[in-house]
Design a protein around this ligand. Structure first.
Ligand code: NOJ
Length: 532
């Protein structure tokens, strides 16, 4: 593993700072609170944390609407607190990446304020204006539940401005070289503070061109190459992680020749893991894997089961989307835009076997896994909360009032019911060898020990049974046979001769012989290391 770039077999952990841990009793999580909890993350085995935006913001989009790129919202602390967090994390071998929101600002940003109030302001051209709302008709609307157009009329400006997300998030004009430069300066500022890279938000939408859907345009790649060259020159070892909610063939160009993004989320595989679990068959996952082109050696996919947004169904067919909604969003409140606003444990009926199996897939399929805070303990969600806030509730540390998250009044309602903090919390799981936390921790430790998991190699094994996902992961002399029974019934599988033999069962830590036939309990999984 030593020669491999650090991110290829790293385990990531996504955090909403506001919801993680409050250190000053104001009811909102903060950087100091997160720093206090680094030991917990180290115990879990996390290699890199990704924190959601902490910049000053009106919070119309939970911080993805930035009003100042060079500061931290006082609710979270200050720049010194961030430096302290970075050094405390590094002391534990944990890296930290932040969001880089390139595509848009908040309408409260001084650039936009200047732009809208004066046609001759140098900032006017920082945004995309038009006298009509008829341009770029082929661009889809992303927040379909709230927005009816990508253009919004601005009274003060006397023109329409372009936005791909909320109308309070005007898109920056990347055709303006000044904007391109500003964003390099923003990146420099945070990298100089010592962060380990960026999760770059919403990159497909940087440019607009008539007659296109305004996504993934060649101009975007030209700019991203510049950003990467700048990083390589001044900050080698730091990473760029691409958020492009697209099919794999459309994400592939974001890796370029290994000269754009180091990493990219694999969006389409995620809903297919849920399909596989519901149908009890792995074909949907296999199909998207077949459709996933190879990526350069120095690049890596990022895989995840859930994140801070709705479980997106943008990368499935219309028919599949309806099916997913029927299966996983029986209550209309669970639907949001083209997705499902629920957390992992409620999605999987809080069924321990399914939760482990989903994690088994996450940790053994190609790509570096990202855990969404709280999913390692199986915490719930709160459908009473607006938009995606229901999956961004305070972390459930213990069963004391407010889940041990704050001594003050929490910024948000907590999770109620059987997946609330009274029953699901960190304190009760860390020392319980039978807890979900401990299973996830074990998976992480095993994954990190074996180079095979960080490699790109993946070979399906024909086990003669569509219910059991069987595959080989291999790197050098390290060969793993992974078996996952996706169905709710015991399954019999046949192992082809070339894969029969002596293995180490990584969880049971004993030798086992895999012969021709094998019967497998419902929703069970095996990670086997081949004897060489
Ligand atoms: C993607 C982020 O994940 C989401 O939370 C946000 O609303 C949009 N980008 C806009 O920044």
């Amino acid at each position: 593993m030593n020669n491999e770039p650090w991110y290829k077999n790293a385990v990531f952990y996504e955090i909403s700072v506001r919801a993680f841990k409050d250190s000053n009793s104001d009811g909102r999580g903060d950087l100091r609170g997160l720093t206090e909890k680094l030991d917990y993350l180290q115990t879990l085995g996390v290699d890199c944390i990704w924190i959601m935006p902490i910049y000053p913001s009106p919070l119309n989009d939970d911080g993805y609407d930035i009003a100042d790129y060079y500061n931290i919202d006082p609710a979270y602390g200050n720049l010194d607190d961030l430096k302290e967090l970075i050094s405390a994390a590094h002391a534990r071998n944990i890296r930290l990446v932040m969001d880089l929101v390139l595509n848009h600002t908040s309408d409260a940003h001084p650039w936009f304020q200047a732009a809208r109030s004066d046609k001759n302001s140098p900032y006017r051209d920082y945004y995309v204006w038009s006298d009509t709302d008829q341009k770029y008709k082929d661009a889809r609307i992303i927040f379909v539940d709230t927005e009816t157009s990508n253009w919004t009329w601005d009274e003060q400006a006397g023109q329409y401005f372009w936005h791909r997300f909320y109308s309070s998030q005007p898109d920056l004009n990347f055709d303006n070289p000044k904007v391109q430069e500003e964003m390099l300066n923003v990146a420099r500022f945070w990298l100089d503070l010592g962060i380990d890279g960026f999760r770059a938000d919403a990159v497909p939408y940087l440019f607009e061109r008539e007659g296109t859907n305004c996504e993934n345009l060649p101009e975007t790649h030209v700019y991203l190459k510049k950003l990467r060259a700048f990083m390589d020159q001044h900050y080698p070892e730091r990473i760029l992680l691409c958020e492009a909610n697209q099919y794999p063939e459309d994400v592939r160009p974001y890796f370029g020749d290994g000269d754009q993004f180091h990493m990219g989320f694999h969006f389409p595989i995620m809903p297919r893991i849920y399909m596989a679990l519901k149908k009890g068959r792995f074909e949907d996952v296999a199909e998207i894997m077949r459709r996933t082109p190879p990526i350069p050696e120095n690049c890596q996919w990022c895989t995840f089961l859930r994140n801070h947004d709705e479980l997106t169904l943008e990368m499935v067919t219309e028919e599949e989307r309806q099916w997913m909604w029927e299966q996983y969003a029986p209550d209309p409140r669970m639907k949001l835009n083209l997705g499902i606003r629920r957390r992992l444990a409620p999605l999987l009926d809080n069924d321990r076997r399914k939760l482990e199996l989903a994690n088994s897939l996450l940790f053994t399929l190609p790509g570096a896994p990202i855990i969404y805070y709280g999913d390692e303990i199986g915490m719930g969600d709160n459908l009473d909360l607006f938009d995606r806030n229901g999956v961004r509730t305070p972390m459930q540390w213990d069963d004391s009032p407010n889940a041990g998250f704050t001594d003050g009044t929490p910024f948000s309602e907590l999770v109620k019911g059987r997946l609330g903090y009274q029953r699901i919390n960190v304190a009760s799981q860390v020392n319980d060898p039978d807890s979900l936390f401990r299973s996830v921790k074990r998976m992480i430790a095993l994954r990190k020990k074996h180079e095979a998991f960080g490699s790109s190699s993946m070979e399906w094994v024909d086990a003669g049974n569509p219910h059991v996902a069987a595959y080989i992961r291999q790197h050098g002399a390290d060969t793993m046979l992974i078996l996952n029974n996706l169905s709710d019934a015991a399954q019999c599988i046949r192992i082809p001769q070339e894969h029969q033999g002596s293995y180490l069962d990584l969880f049971a830590a004993h030798q086992t012989t895999i012969a021709n036939e094998l019967t497998f309990p419902p929703y069970s999984y095996l990670w086997l290391q081949k004897h060489t």
